[in-house]
Ligand binder design. Structure first.
Ligand code: NAD
Length: 268
């Protein structure tokens, strides 16, 4: 089996990276940064997102696992103290794989020229530095509402505990193939009206955002990357055909992870 390790880059993470790499090689596993079967991220959830995007071209064959060197991460859920146990588990391959849905975002420009396609593990957000964003929101080809406000967040089920949660979105179990659209400070008054509630869209229910009115530059974030886009004709969001694969070496049910991350310990 081929593996690679992505480190956050700080001293502690680099040290764990070096230890894991050496031990796994000693167990006859091959270190391969090009087409690994397993990618181990060492750092935090940000490092995990980084690892996911680094290996986005080989999602169908690569599985991910995260070790956290800071506070407990949502994706990075192995502690530095458990590394030895994890090395032995990895060496005993094959491992179990759990697949979660991810988000596909396609940005098309006005001239019908450029088309940019992205995959997100957590979410995409659309904002602007030029006042409010104004979009016609279409769902499955039908006009749903005209949104005016700070922006919109479109999250995956596993990303529903991240930015989406801070926006009042619901937490979705990742066994549900869906995406969630949440508003970022929508303007609601006698003139402008939006639904106001997060919308959960199943697979094949494509959501299309079409900027209207004055031409603006949009700040579109896909997970931890943000880029400016001008001349945008539409932003299409749907459940991607690709999925993310998590290597599972012990059971850690989603709801336990939610409880451990967000609800106080029983003994506190
Ligand atoms: P960061 O370092 O600011 O991390 C933000 C926090 O989000 C960290 O505590 C991280 O552990 C947590 N996080 C990331 N993914 C999570 C998930 N799926 N479930 C629960 N918590 C999760 O930024 P970063 O490391 O570059 O990560 C980018 C992510 O930050 C974005 O994908 C977005 O979800 C999140 N974010 C959150 C807010 C907010 O909550 N108000 C605002 C902006 C971005």
């Amino acid at each position: 089996m081929k593996f690679a390790i992505v480190s956050k880059g700080d001293e502690r993470s680099n040290k764990i990276q070096a230890t894991m790499k050496q031990h796994l090689i000693d167990f006859d596993l091959e270190y391969d940064e090009t087409t690994p079967d397993l990618v181990i991220s060492v750092g935090g959830d940000g490092t995990f997102l980084e690892a996911f995007h680094q290996y986005i071209h080989c999602l169908s064959r690569t599985s991910f696992i995260g070790v956290h060197t800071g506070h407990l991460g949502f994706y990075a859920d192995w502690t530095p103290e458990e590394v030895e146990k994890l090395i032995i588990e990895i060496a005993k391959t094959p491992f179990q794989v759990v697949e979660y849905p991810i988000l596909e975002v396609t940005i098309r420009d006005q001239d019908g020229g450029e088309e940019n396609r992205f995959l997100a593990l957590n979410e995409a957000t659309i904002k602007t530095a030029e006042g409010s964003v104004v979009f016609d929101v279409e769902i499955k080809g039908s006009h749903f509402e005209t949104f005016r406000g700070d922006g919109l967040c479109i999250a995956t089920p596993s990303g529903s505990t991240a930015y989406n949660k801070a926006l009042g979105g619901g937490i979705i179990h990742p066994s549900l193939e869906a995406i969630q659209l949440t508003e970022i400070a929508s303007i609601n008054n006698r003139v402008f009206r939006t639904i106001g509630s997060p919308l959960i869209l199943p697979k094949h229910h494509t959501c299309m955002l079409k900027p209207i009115g004055q031409k603006k530059t949009f700040l579109i974030a896909v997970d931890h990357f943000t880029k400016n886009y001008s001349n945008v004709k539409s932003i299409q969001c749907r459940v991607a055909k690709e999925r993310v694969r998590f290597a599972r070496f012990r059971p850690f049910p989603f709801w336990d992870r939610v409880r451990d991350s967000f609800v106080a310990d029983d003994d506190v």
